[in-house]
Design a protein around this ligand. Structure first.
Ligand SMILES: [Cu+2]
Length: 162
C-alpha cells in the first residue's frame, strides 16, 4: 500500500511539474529564433515606464537583429541599454541604435541591469500576475506577437529618469 501511495504521490508531483511547466513555459518560435519567457515587473501607481525582459536564441546560421518592440498598453516602446557611468557610479540608460544583434548560434538576453524593452507612457500600473501583449520585430525573421508576464515588483530597475 505504501508503495502505491508513493507512486500516486509521485504521479501528482509529475503532474504538478507538468502543469506549472506549462504555465511557465512561455516560449515562442519564429523561424530560427526561439523567444523565451517575455516578462516585466509590477509597477507602483503613477509610474510611467516599465521594462520588459526576454531571451532570444538563434538556432540558425545567420545573425539577426531585434529591431523594435511595441505593446498595446503603451504608446511607445524603445530598446534600451544600461550603462554604468564610471565617474558618478550611476546607472543610466539610453536607446539602442540599430537594434540588438542575435548572433547565429547564440542568445541575446534582455534582463534587469542589461538590455531591456522600455515601455513608455503607462496609463495604469502593471499588476503582478497579469499579462500584456507585445510585438517584437526582427530584421530577418519578421514580427511576432508575444505576451509579457508581469512578475513581482523589484528594486533593481527603478531609475528611469522619466
Ligand atoms: Cu530603459
Amino acid at each position: 500500500m505504501s508503495f502505491s501511495l508513493r507512486a500516486l504521490a509521485g504521479a501528482f508531483v509529475i503532474l504538478f511539474i507538468a502543469l506549472s511547466g506549462n504555465a511557465l513555459a512561455h516560449d515562442y518560435k519564429l523561424g530560427a529564433l526561439e523567444i523565451g519567457n517575455p516578462w516585466s515587473r509590477a509597477t507602483v501607481p503613477g509610474a510611467k515606464v516599465a521594462a520588459g525582459y526576454l531571451t532570444v536564441k538563434n538556432t540558425g546560421t545567420e545573425d539577426d537583429r531585434l529591431m523594435s518592440a511595441s505593446a498595446g498598453i503603451v504608446p511607445k516602446a524603445e530598446i534600451h541599454e544600461m550603462n554604468m557611468d564610471d565617474s558618478s557610479g550611476v546607472m543610466t540608460m539610453r536607446p539602442v541604435e540599430g537594434g540588438l544583434v542575435v548572433p547565429a548560434g547564440g542568445t541575446l538576453e534582455l534582463s534587469p541591469k542589461g538590455y531591456h524593452v522600455m515601455f513608455m507612457g503607462l496609463s495604469s500600473p502593471l499588476k503582478e500576475g497579469t499579462r500584456f501583449k507585445g510585438i517584437l520585430t526582427f530584421e530577418k525573421a519578421g514580427t511576432i506577437d508575444v505576451e509579457f508576464t508581469v512578475e513581482a515588483m523589484g528594486a533593481a530597475h527603478e531609475d528611469h529618469g522619466g
